[in-house]
Design a protein around this ligand. Structure first.
Ligand code: GLN
Length: 480
């Protein structure tokens, strides 16, 4: 039961062919069987899940996701349930409140399976930066699942949950979705409330669905979307019914292939898979053209100034005073701050804080931070130009499939560069999806479809059309 997408389970539940308790039990059986190898979860909430499922079966819990298991990335606040951000500094943090999206899942009747592993504070592309454990890729246990939402992606791919939530600051939903052969969407900046998402880089962070197929993505996005007065950056716009966009038809769409993301550095079979995907859309009636986004080459550099700058400010709150870790080795306040942060943060988080503090410091602010903001505008304008005559843009989600655990762990620059295709989308605040589009040596390849701001519907339509005419999303990882 845990292997089916949510939309199939919902109709089985409706017709009383299965109970919510059965679904939850089969999900935990899978977890018991494979979690030792996969390490997707930081915390499991079995008792709560069984209680919620029982309530669904008794008709006391309802909603559009009633009875459907979901895993939540461990940087989203869950009242009374550990929320660690996979960091030592929050090892004991029990939030006194729920993130808005957690409240929405509750109202939708979803079943909380547990909290998933991530790179510490969502900083990374492999989950190797987690202070708790490294998650394994279900398709090849020697490979990373991607990151930072690697736990969520691996849990969906290994059928240790049906749905999952991720957060995406520079690719953290889409890249792990691509590495694990699932669907992952970063909605438009402002589409989904971030109230209760532990902040990494506030001008980039966005929460989104990680699912087994495009229909599930639309169903979950329906639950997550909408204005929230608790998040001042959330957009005051009606959220449409995204399932209405699931139409197998691209006849009136113009698809732009991003030239800069199809050249140097893109691994051969990835490039081939994307070209084949484009051909398929073309054969279904889409108009295809090449587009150039000349400032894209600056996006990684721009991101690694803006994101660390914001992170250095956001992470200032972890001082050992109000919550989280407090160093025992301190005789006075300043030493307590220093020791708490030295003991509590891992090396990548410290690197980002240093980078960010440097970029923001007097004398360097104009040369680095301000310049990065200006280049961000140029990147945004590149997209605007491209969207003048394209409805969606296409690229690989990642230039390479999943890499080996340890392969890039000591080479931050090479790790940073692998986010070249996802980062520009966050800088421009746009929505984008990653869907499975092939394999290279048994490892999944992801197709990225980028849309105009607040036009998730056209992305879903293109993605759905592709999915309806291919079978990649039905492939299951044989865990070994
Ligand atoms: N890999 C990128 C980083 O390390 C993006 C992470 C994210 O989207 N949270 O910053």
């Amino acid at each position: 039961m845990n292997k089916k997408p949510a939309h199939e389970l919902l109709s089985l539940l409706k017709n009383k062919k299965v109970s919510a308790v059965e679904i939850v039990k089969s999900t935990y059986e899978q977890i018991e069987k494979h979690e030792k190898e996969i390490s997707a979860y930081v915390t499991l909430t079995k008792e709560l899940a069984l209680k919620q499922a029982k309530a669904v079966d008794e008709g006391k819990r309802s909603g559009p996701l009633a009875g459907i298991p979901i895993a939540v990335k461990d940087n989203m606040c869950t009242k009374g349930i550990l929320t660690t951000c996979s960091s030592k500094i929050l090892h004991n943090y029990l939030p006194p409140y729920n993130a808005t999206i957690v409240e929405k899942l509750e109202a939708a009747g979803a079943i909380t399976i547990g909290k998933t592993n991530l790179d510490e504070f969502a900083m990374g592309s492999s989950t190797e930066n987690s202070a708790i454990k490294t998650t394994k890729n279900p398709w090849n246990l020697n490979c990373v699942p991607g990151g930072s939402s690697g736990g969520s992606a691996a849990a969906v791919a290994a059928d240790e949950t049906v749905l999952a939530l991720g957060s995406d600051t520079g690719g953290s939903i889409r890249q792990p979705a691509s590495f694990c052969g699932i669907v992952g969407m970063k909605p438009t900046y402002g589409r989904v409330s971030r109230y209760g998402l532990v902040a990494f880089a506030s001008s980039l962070d966005q929460i989104g669905p990680m699912t087994k197929d495009v229909r599930d993505c639309a169903i979950l996005l329906n639950v997550l979307s909408g204005y929230d007065e608790k998040d001042s950056t959330s957009a005051k716009l009606e959220a449409p019914d995204y399932t209405k966009a699931l139409i197998d038809d691209v006849k009136n769409l113009t698809v732009g292939i991003i030239d800069e993301l199809m050249g140097e550095g893109v691994e051969g079979s990835t490039k081939e898979a994307i070209e084949k995907a484009v051909k398929l859309l073309e054969s279904k009636g889409a108009k295809v053209k090449k587009v150039s986004l000349p400032h894209l080459k600056y996006s990684v550099a721009t991101y690694y100034l803006i994101a660390p700058a914001e992170a250095s400010s956001n992470l200032g709150r972890y001082d050992g005073v109000k919550y989280g870790l407090r160093s025992k080795e301190a005789k006075d306040l300043i030493t307590m701050y220093k020791n708490t942060r030295a003991e509590g943060f891992g090396p990548e988080v410290k690197r980002r804080i240093l980078l960010g503090t440097y970029a923001l410091s007097a004398g360097y602010y104009d040369a680095y931070y301000l310049k990065a903001l200006k280049v961000r505008t140029l990147i945004k304008e590149d997209f605007e130009k491209a969207f003048k005559d394209c409805d969606v843009l296409i690229s690989p989600t990642s230039p390479i499939p999943a890499f080996k655990i340890g392969e890039k762990a000591n080479d931050p620059l090479s790790m940073y560069l692998s986010d070249i295709a996802t980062i520009p989308v966050n800088l421009a605040g746009l929505p984008a999806i990653s869907i499975p589009c092939g394999f290279a040596n048994g490892l999944p390849i992801g197709l990225q479809i980028i849309g105009k701001a607040f036009d998730e519907e056209t992305i879903l339509k293109a993605a759905y059309t592709y999915e309806q005419n291919t079978n990649w999303h039905k492939e299951k990882a044989e865990i070994r």
